[in-house]
Design a protein around this ligand. Structure first.
Ligand SMILES: NC(=O)c1ccc[n+]([C@@H]2O[C@H](COP(=O)([O-])OP(=O)(O)OC[C@H]3O[C@@H](n4cnc5c(N)ncnc54)[C@H](O)[C@@H]3O)[C@@H](O)[C@H]2O)c1
Length: 133
């Protein structure tokens, strides 16, 4: 018996990297895993990997910076599995500039704004979405 038997967990950014590892582990614990990623084919691949080992997975293409997209994700997850028990808010974008190799003051304002805007919208949608349940 797995620790997540009968539970449904949404993992944003589940198509690659750390998010993919979360998805695989949750599936091994018996959870229904919603592999949510802006990269739809990557979400499909991870869901396939999970199903190939007899796990339950639903791939969903989502852009977590867009409110309607997050709402659609919540709807699809609930329709498929009857509800959502957990969320791993893992999706992220990183700066295109290697911050470890440039001086702080050399990072263009446009780059700061891009990363800041994404982070702000992401958090805003997460909060609004939780409140709307
Ligand atoms: N890799 C590290 O060393 C490290 C260290 C500390 C924290 N983290 C955090 O762990 C998390 C995952 O990091 P990672 O290294 O696996 O990154 P990654 O780039 O490999 O994966 C990020 C995933 O998020 C998805 N994504 C990007 N924008 C999206 C959007 N708008 N909507 C939905 N999905 C979107 C990408 O397609 C990708 O699958 C991030 O939150 C990161 O800040 C990573």
């Amino acid at each position: 018996m797995g620790r997540l038997d009968g539970k449904t967990v949404v993992v944003t950014g589940g198509g690659h990297g750390i998010g993919r590892a979360y998805c695989q582990r949750f599936a091994r614990e018996g959870g229904n895993v919603v592999v949510a990623d802006v990269d739809g084919p990557a979400a499909d691949r991870v869901a396939e990997e999970i199903r190939a080992t007899a796990g339950e997975a639903l791939p969903v293409q989502v852009d977590v910076s867009k409110y309607d997209s997050v709402q659609a994700l919540a709807r699809q997850a609930s329709e498929s599995f009857g509800g959502i028990d957990g969320l791993v808010n893992n999706a992220a974008i990183f700066a295109t500039i290697p911050i470890s190799r440039v001086r702080f003051e050399e990072i263009p304002e446009q780059e700061w704004n891009r990363v800041k805007a994404w982070g702000w919208e992401h958090r805003q949608h997460r909060v609004r979405n939780r409140l709307s349940r």
